[in-house]
Design a protein around this ligand. Structure first.
Ligand SMILES: *[C@@H]1O[C@H](CO)[C@@H](O)[C@H](O)[C@H]1NC(C)=O
Length: 158
């Protein structure tokens, strides 16, 4: 029994050391249409905390650059789970960045908490940015996976 307690203690210690190291990450993104010449180029997405867990508000900071002034528009988010479209939402771009967006670099900040019931598996998040005239300015995809262990965390916090 004492042996087991020691082992569990050691394991928890490893976890507590690892967590701060993985709390934020910058990920590469891929464009939805690799041949498109989007007016907005995305250089990376910063996810914090990382890995993404259920019931925890996650901040997505998207580093982008624009060729044209953006007076307003929408940010549409689509989530697919094992390839199935499960969720879609649209936000006012000007609530996620400062409008009008001048030529050059800018950052889009989006905060989202995944529900506690989010099942483990492989997810893709698609973010589509469109201008005031509905023109698609950019579209990016990135993949993430949700583990089984996080399910217990999510339930504990719920
Ligand atoms: C814009 O962002 C890119 C990519 O992060 C960076 O290399 C470049 O130096 C930035 N330019 C300015 C003017 O901040």
């Amino acid at each position: 029994m004492a042996q087991l307690t020691k082992a569990v203690g050691a394991l928890l210690c490893v976890v507590c050391l690892l967590v701060p190291l993985t709390s934020a990450t910058t990920r590469d993104v891929s464009y939805c249409n690799k041949k498109a010449n989007y007016a907005v180029k995305v250089s990376g997405i910063d996810i914090s905390p990382f890995p993404i867990s259920r019931g925890v508000e996650t901040t997505f900071a998207i580093a982008a650059a624009t060729d044209e002034v953006i007076s307003g528009g929408n940010l549409k988010i689509d989530v697919t789970y094992w390839g199935f479209h499960i969720h879609s939402e649209t936000h006012d771009l000007c609530k996620k960045t400062v409008c009008p967006v001048a030529n050059g670099n800018f950052t889009i900040i989006h905060k989202q908490a995944l529900p506690g019931i989010t099942p483990p598996g492989s997810y893709t998040l698609k973010m589509t940015l469109s201008g005031a005239n509905k023109k698609e300015l950019t579209c990016i995809n990135f993949d993430f996976s949700m583990g089984f262990i996080a399910a217990a965390d999510g339930l504990a916090e719920a």
